[in-house]
Design a protein around this ligand. Sequence first.
Ligand code: SF4
Ligand code: SF4
Length: 162
Amino acid sequence: MNERRRGEVASPCILKDMNKTTQDSAQPETKAEIAQEFKAAFDLVSPFIEKHTSIVCPDCEKVCCIDKHGRYDENDLAFLNALGAKTHHDLPDREETDPCRFLNEKGCSLARWERPFRCTQFFCNPLLKSLENDNAKLYRTFVEYLQYLISVRQRLLDEAGE
Ligand code: SF4
Ligand code: SF4
């Protein structure tokens, strides 16, 4: 199994229109409001991803959740700070290749919105295949939700950068 390359953009077949903005969403005025919208948008994509990680991941021979991938980058922190959410990324004596600080025997201990965004953005090949082989309508809806999630994140980053 491939190591999860979290810094990379997810598979193009899922994200080929990832820059497309969702036209019909209301435009919140503040960073905190956009952050709330972003947080809520994770709930749209998470069930479909979880459905397929529960199928694929138990048989994985090289679990991708190493500590390097569980560390927040500055964009993750901008989002969490806008929510006033507590971050907990100070864990000493942990190597990049150690199991992720947030991994426990049941899997990731964080809600999806609390995770570094790369954890939601990356799909290994077996996971991607499993998603694509689901019902076509469900898969299309998932892709639309994912595009929406990414577009809200971009709005948040644009707002944070102003
Ligand atoms: S997403 Fe699941 S199957 Fe894919 S590399 Fe990570 S643990 Fe393995
Ligand atoms: S935060 Fe969760 S999903 Fe991300 S690498 Fe760590 S255990 Fe895996």
